[in-house]
Write a protein that binds this ligand. Structure first.
Ligand code: SAH
Ligand code: TRP
Length: 329
């Protein structure tokens, strides 16, 4: 049997009582708007993260397997080009595709550190333990944190850094915030770091809509789960069965919109906020957008964020793109 040399593993959480506050603030702000809305990060409690993993395995959800194929085809090249010794992964989730990058770094003999960053504490802990076990000598520093607020808490780089931001999660930002967020990554990258950005591409709307309306109903459960989060964390009394999942592609804006629709009039009380809200029959609550990109749009976003596109990889059907970018010189 091979000896298991466990690298040091540490997980730090920057989410605490303040962040229950942040959920409460988001809910107060979002549910009292004329068009009700919630930020998507609250979809990912332990159950939500599990459901998202199930989504990634669905036949209709082409994104995960396509992005994995692109990474498998180009990981060696990416590692050679970047000389990366550490990965700082944003919204790492269960990091199944990250293995492709870690393997390529291990093969090149450059793998030193892995830093998963996610609001989902369960996934950060699980991934930290798993990868410390699987990659002898790897140092793992997990951050349970909000990548919109806590990026200045990252440790100093130990060498050239690669920052994977996969799964099309960048598409969950509305266009203005997306560029602002990309710009904020400049500091995380530093002068010799690279961003590895996964983006879903514009394509036949039927293909996109099917990916968010799977026949097994897993996406619906995932979307509805956010109401369970509010019931549990904020003492709300949403009747979850009285809402239905809606996802449609907005052709003008080139994004998919996820909503929850009240099937009948609802009166909801949220104890922690001392708030009462009403839903009319068929009223909708927006839970997420997921932007789909054109190659030109992607270039324009990177450019506007002070980033320079170094290389763009896609699959033969141009379903998905993975791009390598760095701070513009
Ligand atoms: N990278 C994985 C998971 C993508 S799902 C993949 O490609 O399959 C999006 C992930 O981002 C989830 O794990 C979610 O918990 C995390 N996330 C969403 N908003 C976040 C935020 N504001 N800060 C940190 N993590 C966030
Ligand atoms: N980031 C994923 C995406 O945009 C999240 C996602 C997939 C999602 N299916 C969903 C979010 C359904 C809400 C509802 O593809």
């Amino acid at each position: 049997m091979e000896p298991i040399l466990e690298g040091p593993v540490e997980v730090r959480s920057h989410l605490g009582p303040d962040d229950e506050r942040s959920l409460a603030d988001d809910v107060l702000d979002g549910l009292t708007r004329p068009l009700k809305e919630l930020p998507p990060k609250h979809l990912y409690d332990a159950r939500g993260s599990e459901l998202f993993d199930a989504i990634c395995e669905l036949p209709e959800y082409y994104q995960t397997r396509t992005e994995r194929l692109i990474l498998e085809a180009h990981a060696q090249d990416i590692v050679r080009r970047t000389g990366a010794v550490e990965l700082v992964e944003l919204g790492s989730g269960s990091a199944t595709k990250t293995r492709v990058l870690l393997d390529a770094m291990a093969a090149a003999g450059t793998l030193a550190r892995y830093i998963p960053v996610d609001v989902s504490a369960t996934t950060v802990h699980a991934v930290a333990e798993l990868f410390a076990d699987e990659y002898p000598g790897l140092s793992v520093f997990g951050l349970v944190a909000d990548f919109e607020r806590h990026l200045e808490r990252l440790p100093e780089p130990v060498g050239p850094r690669l920052v994977p931001f996969l799964g099309g999660t960048i598409g969950n930002f509305p266009p203005g915030s997306r560029r602002r967020f990309l710009r904020s990554l400049g500091k995380v990258l530093g002068p010799d770091g690279y961003l590895l950005l996964g983006t879903d591409l514009v394509k036949d709307p039927r293909v996109i809509e099917a990916a968010y309306n799977d026949s097994a109903g897993v996406t619906a459960q995932f979307n509805l789960n956010v109401l369970h989060v509010l019931n549990r964390e904020l003492g709300a009394d949403f009747d979850v069965d009285a809402f239905e999942h809606v996802a449609f592609f907005d052709r003008e804006r080139e994004w998919i919109e996820m909503r929850l629709r009240a099937t009948q009039p609802q009166h909801v009380r949220i104890d922690a906020l001392d708030l009462e809200i009403d839903f009319a029959a068929r009223e909708e609550l927006r839970t997420e957008i997921s932007a789909k990109f054109t190659l030109d749009g992607l270039r324009a976003d990177l450019d506007a964020a002070g980033l320079e596109l170094v290389e763009l990889f896609t699959d033969p059907n141009e379903l998905f793109a993975v791009s390598l970018a760095r701070v513009a010189g």
